[in-house]
Design a protein around this ligand. Structure first.
Ligand SMILES: NC(=O)C1=CN([C@@H]2O[C@H](COP(=O)(O)OP(=O)(O)OC[C@H]3O[C@@H](n4cnc5c(N)ncnc54)[C@H](O)[C@@H]3O)[C@@H](O)[C@H]2O)[C@@H](O)CC1
Ligand SMILES: [K+]
Length: 535
């Protein structure tokens, strides 16, 4: 799903008003009704016992808050509406709804002009919910005076039951809108839920802002689809609908050759676990044949634990004349015969737990110089690349040897080591986009919201996953999944998107069954089966 900027949202609102046609007041009613239905569904039988405190600005976001108050007043016992008078320029639709709300008997209306007005507000904890409709995508500078005081008051209240309408007040929808001002953490609502209209806002996908957004839901308010179709955007939200388009169901007639043969180059002494996790994940994700290269010390372990995988041992017992340093605990460079063989694999996944020893570095260089098909590069293989960057001489910069359309999967630290420091989250995404375009790679910047940068400059943002996945081994599982999909004939873009989906959803399921605390990366692997069935 396309992610629209605040300007594009405004245009889409205007076009819908003109083309449908619908009055802006009716569109506000429609949008707020969607939020109301969400709330009705969320609270179910408890709606009648819930006391709402609705903080409204004086623009259209505030107007939404007023409509919501009116709709809720039919069901809830007591509604408190606080108008945050941060300016005299009340919007037309706010005014219209303000007149209507005055008539309703179980709505208590309070105007906030100065800090002292806030001191009279009592929000008890039990069954009290706060609705934040102070600023929406119209925010264009850091809130001040009564707006700032109200936001601080809400955040300081011990009640954390907060629902933000469209966007948590204080947070800019996107960078253009903020005119490069930095938002102020203290003056931004920390919502438990954000109900956003039509399109998620770009700022929802920056890890640094996730504490303000809580869980978000996108409510379709019926803005002009044809118009939205034509809008340019390089940011997309990864949705299950997109995954359905990518997924290729199997027919009865395939055989193991149909589903590809990949090589995983993984593990070192003490990190054979990483090799096991990536191997198992690749097998569970549907690969036809899987070969694994792991140091000699890991061969027995892998063969015992995962009988389905073949382990490459071809040159282990041969005397290698070129390198006397062969060592059974780390990955050594390949013999010429073995190197010749790797041209035949569909793809390679390299990096999980391999360490950065000299001989392993040499192996990576050999691989990069031998093959011309896209591969998956993760963890220590990324660290090796970052140790061999050469900004003066392109011909000695190992990054330039990576085959086009390969998939790099760094976490933020690996990204920084490989591509340098950036000073804001927005700049990091800009750099990510530029790099994917320049090198024609796919780069997955992992995080609680992962950003998937494509060589054409588009970025997909994923909100799949669970905090329980932030643990060692989770990345190894992802490398196995993506390598497996590439081998099966999904192209790089499809493998990346589908891989991130399978991994994230498997994590959500693991958290549901076992809790975020207790879940393990192995649980993700076991859940891949269920997630395939859900596509
Ligand atoms: N027809 C429409 O345009 C629709 C708009 N909707 C709602 O309208 C919202 C956008 O409404 P608005 O454009 O009125 O903007 P907001 O309600 O977000 O903000 C109100 C106004 O405050 C001013 N402002 C911005 N930053 C300020 C600051 N720091 N201090 C003081 N004043 C500041 C701006 O002039 C802005 O227009 C959306 O987020 C959504 O909630 C929905 O009702 C759907 C339909
Ligand atoms: K809001």
């Amino acid at each position: 799903m396309k992610i629209l900027s605040a300007n594009q949202m405004r245009q889409a609102d205007q076009e819908t008003i003109k083309n449908e046609p619908i009055s802006s007041l009716a569109l506000m009613e429609r949008a707020s009704k969607k939020a109301f239905y969400w709330i009705q569904n969320y609270f179910a039988q408890n709606l009648i016992n819930t006391e709402f405190h609705i903080f409204c600005g004086i623009g259209n976001n505030g107007g939404d808050g007023l409509v919501l108050a009116r709709l809720l007043s039919n069901f809830a016992f007591q509604i408190n509406v606080y108008v945050v008078n941060f300016s005299d320029k009340r919007s037309k639709d706010f005014e219209a709804n303000f007149e209507r709300i005055k008539e309703i008997s179980n709505v208590q209306l309070v105007e906030l002009k100065e800090k002292a007005d806030l001191e009279k507000i009592i929000i008890s904890n039990q069954n009290n919910w706060i609705i934040d409709a102070i600023f929406g995508y119209g925010l264009n500078r850091v809130p001040e005076k009564i707006a700032a005081k109200t936001i601080e008051f809400i955040n300081q209240s011990s009640n954390k039951n907060i629902i933000s309408i469209d966007i948590p007040s204080g947070l800019f929808a996107d960078e253009n809108q903020s005119k490069k001002q930095h938002f102020d953490k203290k003056i931004t609502i920390k919502a438990a839920h954000t109900l956003t209209f039509q399109s998620p806002k770009l700022s929802f996908f920056f890890d640094e802002y996730s504490e303000f957004i809580g869980n978000f839901d996108v409510l379709d308010i019926g803005l002009d689809k044809n118009f939205i179709e034509k809008l340019d955007s390089q940011n997309y939200w990864l949705t299950p609908q997109k995954i359905k388009q990518i997924y290729k169901p199997r027919t009865r007639t395939g055989h193991k050759g149909t589903f590809g043969h990949a090589l995983l180059i993984v593990g070192s002494y003490g990190k054979i676990g990483a090799a096991q996790l990536s191997t198992k994940a690749a097998l569970r994700s549907g690969i036809g044949l899987l070969s694994v290269r792991t140091p000699k010390c890991g061969v027995g372990i892998l063969q015992t634990a995962i009988p389905e995988a073949m382990v490459l041992v071809d040159d282990f017992d041969q005397e290698n004349k070129k390198s006397k340093k062969k060592n059974k605990y780390i990955l050594n460079s390949f013999s010429d015969e073995l190197l010749e063989k790797i041209k035949d694999y569909k793809t390679i996944g390299i990096g999980c737990g391999i360490g950065t020893e000299k001989q392993t570095q040499k192996l990576l260089l050999q691989i990069l110089k031998t093959i011309d098909y896209p591969i998956v590069i993760d963890a220590d293989a990324l660290n090796i690349l970052s140790q061999n960057r050469n900004y003066e001489n392109d011909k000695q910069d190992w990054l330039n040897f990576v085959p086009k359309n390969s998939i790099l999967t760094p976490h933020p630290k690996e990204f920084e080591r490989l591509f340098g420091k950036t000073f804001s989250v927005e700049k990091r995404h800009e750099l990510l986009r530029d790099l994917a375009q320049k090198h024609q790679f796919y780069i997955l910047l992992k995080g609680s919201f992962s950003a998937l940068a494509l060589p054409n400059g588009d970025i997909y943002h994923s909100s799949f996953g669970d905090i329980g996945m932030a643990t060692g081994g989770s990345g190894d599982v992802l490398t196995g999944i993506i390598t497996s999909l590439l081998a099966q004939g999904y192209n790089s873009e499809e493998s990346l998107l589908l891989g991130v989906f399978l991994h994230g959803k498997a994590g959500e399921l693991a958290a549901k069954n076992k809790s975020s605390e207790a879940m393990l990366p192995s649980d993700l692997i076991e859940n891949i089966c269920t997630i395939f069935k859900l596509i």
